[in-house]
Design a protein around this ligand. Structure first.
Ligand code: 13P
Ligand code: SF4
Length: 333
């Protein structure tokens, strides 16, 4: 179900003015009347429904700064989902993030505003693939990136995210791990540790498009540039980076180091969201868009709250198994 388009009234303009004041460097004035009625309606409805909006760092600025209750990377969203004291969680991100929130909150309503918000990494592997790998490498622990389905998590020993992958692998005190499914993140982890890493062939369709040559070009035209990259990027990109980290790691790094000029080698909305916080930093903005993250829009969030769509369900026996590997990760940090 969908709501008919909402109207921009003087009252809505007044109510949302403080929010727009923060966003005016990244959202043109002409666009605000389109967003503002939804920002106002969502903020009102989430109070009525005792709902919490968990918002990933790749969501657009009107969502990230306009309606979010909690923002963060995959690890922060999983952690905060485990602590939420609300009746409804609306996950503004992609499906595996909503599924993780549901696994941690089996008795709560978890909604994702668009069921098509998938992920190429999650698509790259099935639970059956993991069962076959375990037969091929008996006794070798399986470390699985959270960008996977509940089925895959259920077959794994422990999950990880881009912010704790090295720590999780090293915590196992073993000389070999199976690392699934992100080939590039796995290669990055292998570089940082002595543990042998058995890799899968998954890639992120957004980060795999960056190249080292492209970054060399930015360094040539901006000699003072600081390059920070997400570890889902290919190795030649990470070799060019001054800092590698999860989406929140990248944001914190900008906050702590305040480079004069920076390029964030990741999804497009990150630079917009961070630029709002740090107006003194100049962002050079090559970026690749994640079409899955962009399925989430203000009208779809409003419809999610209004019509309770779309509830995320996980088969309880799979959820119980998957919860073990997510909780094992949360216990490591
Ligand atoms: P983060 O955990 O770093 O937020 O990454 C999630 C993701 O999907 C990046 O593409
Ligand atoms: Fe998946 Fe890549 Fe999109 Fe992240 S950016 S959700 S890894 S497709």
């Amino acid at each position: 179900m969908t709501t008919a388009a909402l109207e921009y009234t003087p009252e809505i303009a007044r109510l949302t003015q403080p929010i727009y004041e923060r966003l005016k460097s990244v959202i043109p004035e002409i666009e605000w009347p389109v967003h503002a009625p939804y920002v106002a309606a969502i903020n009102e409805l989430k109070r009525e429904r005792n709902a919490v909006l968990l918002v990933h760092n790749y969501q657009t600025p009107e969502i990230f700064h306009g309606v979010a209750d909690i923002t963060g990377d995959s690890l922060a969203l999983a952690r905060r989902a485990a602590e939420v004291d609300a009746d409804v969680i609306v996950l503004c991100g992609v499906h595996f993030m909503a599924e993780t929130a549901k696994i941690l909150n089996p008795d709560k309503t978890v909604l994702i505003p668009d069921l098509r918000a998938g992920c190429s990494l999650a698509e790259s592997i099935t639970g059956e693939d993991v069962r076959l790998l375990k037969q091929r490498y008996p006794g070798v622990p399986v470390v699985t990136y959270v960008n996977t389905s509940a089925d895959v998590k259920a077959e794994s020993d422990v999950c990880c995210t881009s912010s704790n992958a090295v720590k999780v692998v090293e915590s196992l005190n073993t000389d070999r791990v199976i690392f699934l499914p992100d080939n590039y993140l796995g290669k990055y982890v292998a570089q940082q540790t002595d543990v042998e890493v058995i890799l899968w062939h998954g890639t992120c369709e957004v980060h795999e498009r960056f190249t080292g040559a492209e970054l060399k070009g930015y360094r040539a035209s901006h000699p003072d540039i600081h390059i920070i990259a997400h570890p889902e990027c290919p190795p030649d990109v990470l070799d060019e980076a001054d800092f590698v980290g999860s989406t929140s790691g990248m944001i914190n790094h900008v906050g702590e180091t305040r480079p004069a000029k920076v390029v964030m080698v990741t999804e497009c909305s990150m630079s917009d969201n961070v630029a709002v916080e740090f107006p003194d930093v100049e962002f050079i903005r090559p970026c690749n868009l994640c079409p899955h993250m962009k399925r989430i829009t203000l009208p779809r969030i409003l419809d999610a709250l209004r019509f309770n769509q779309y509830p995320v369900e996980v088969d309880p026996s799979i959820a119980d198994q998957a919860r073990r590997s997510v909780e094992a990760m949360l216990a490591i940090g």
